[in-house]
Design a protein. Structure first.
Length: 323
């Protein structure tokens, strides 16, 4: 019995070790497949399971290969759809320009009774033109084409200009835009066109939805609590907000809430363009309903640093606004 005890202990140890090894052998490829699935879920359709897993000779390797081929097929389908959208928008641009020209010529020889018809035609052509432009911008951003012109961007200045323009446009509806920032934020390796487009779309939405007599608050800060400083932008309005279950969907192309509602209608592409532009910069964009009323769009961008420390408060409206 005395001799049997060490033997039993070593046997138990050996079995435990074997169990650990076996659990690791099975769990580690599952983790790899799971983390690849998460990357795909976040929109990275180029993600593939590491070869150390797909190169094995067991069922998990077969699962990894099937997973990879499914993602590959999805990637191809989405690519084809994007190319189609891009080509159609490109191809429609020239005929649209010709229609515009013909319209101008026809107008010169028209009778006054046709004025209404021409006005409607003008509006329709302008809408199609805007839609084509937005589709082209979106497909350029999705294909990462605009990243060719990366440079250091003065994000604070870009925002000053955008907020001032929007504030000017907002005055007509008795609304205003106020920009609050403590630091002048610079973004490294950024695309100013894409960022401008993102900010314009978000602020324009806020101006459109905020109640007359209210202010859209735009706040820019640097968050230094993370290992790498992040630029943090928040745009808040005093509008109706968005149903909780649509807070993510509003960033999908052509998604609009209450499509049948009266009033000015957009194409549903603005936030998709903004999301693509922010994704190109490795940033994050999301929406939250405010506790009182209104929507807040939050944007986080990496590679941010401060150029000079001075307080800004721009395009301040006459009435006082609280943050
Ligand atoms: N600040 C906001 N408050 C309430 N709803 C909003 C706000 N911003 C966006 N939405 C909702 O999200 C939808 C999608 O917004 P998005 O900017 O993508 O499209 P759009 O403004 O309708 O059209 P476009 O920007 O192409 O002219 C809007 O139609 C609207 O229903
Ligand atoms: Mg919009």
């Amino acid at each position: 019995m005395g001799e049997g005890l060490p033997y039993t202990i070593s046997l138990i140890l050996l079995v435990t070790l074997l169990c650990f090894a076996l659990a690791y052998y099975i769990a580690s490829p599952i983790h790899s497949i799971q983390s690849t699935a998460r990357r795909v879920a976040q929109g990275d359709l180029k993600a593939r399971v590491p070869p150390s897993v797909s190169g094995r000779f067991d069922e998990l390797a077969a699962l990894a290969k099937d997973f990879d081929s499914m993602v590959g097929r999805l990637d191809l389908l989405i690519q084809t759809q994007r190319n189609l959208l891009n080509s159609v928008s490109h191809e429609l641009r020239s005929p649209l320009a010709r229609i515009n020209l013909s319209l101008e010529i026809l107008k010169k020889h028209s009778v006054p009774e046709s004025d209404d018809t021409f006005q409607r035609l003008d509006r329709d052509v302008a809408r199609i033109d805007l839609l084509m432009g937005q589709l082209l911008t979106l497909s350029r951003l999705e294909s990462g084409l605009s990243s060719a012109s990366r440079e250091e961007v003065n994000f604070a200045q870009l925002l000053e200009e955008t907020a001032a323009d929007s504030n000017f446009e907002a005055q007509a509806g008795d609304k205003s835009v106020t920009l609050y920032m403590k630091n002048s934020v610079i973004l490294g390796n950024a695309d100013s066109h894409a960022l401008r487009s993102a900010c314009e779309n978000v602020i324009r939405n806020a101006v459109r939805f905020t109640q007359p007599g209210t202010d859209v608050e735009v706040v820019l800060e640097i968050n230094r609590t993370t290992s790498e400083p992040l630029a943090f932008l928040s745009v808040r309005d005093h509008g109706p907000g968005v149903p909780e279950d649509s807070l993510q969907a509003i960033f999908q192309p052509f998604f609009r809430i209450n499509e049948d509602a009266e009033g000015p209608r957009g194409n549903g592409l603005g936030l998709a363009i903004a999301a693509e532009a922010i994704r190109l910069h490795g940033g994050k964009i999301w929406a939250e309903n405010l506790v009182s009323t209104g929507l807040e769009i939050k944007i986080q961008l990496p590679k941010a640093y401060e150029a000079a420390v001075h307080a800004y408060e721009l395009s301040k409206p006459e009435r006082s606004s609280t943050l």
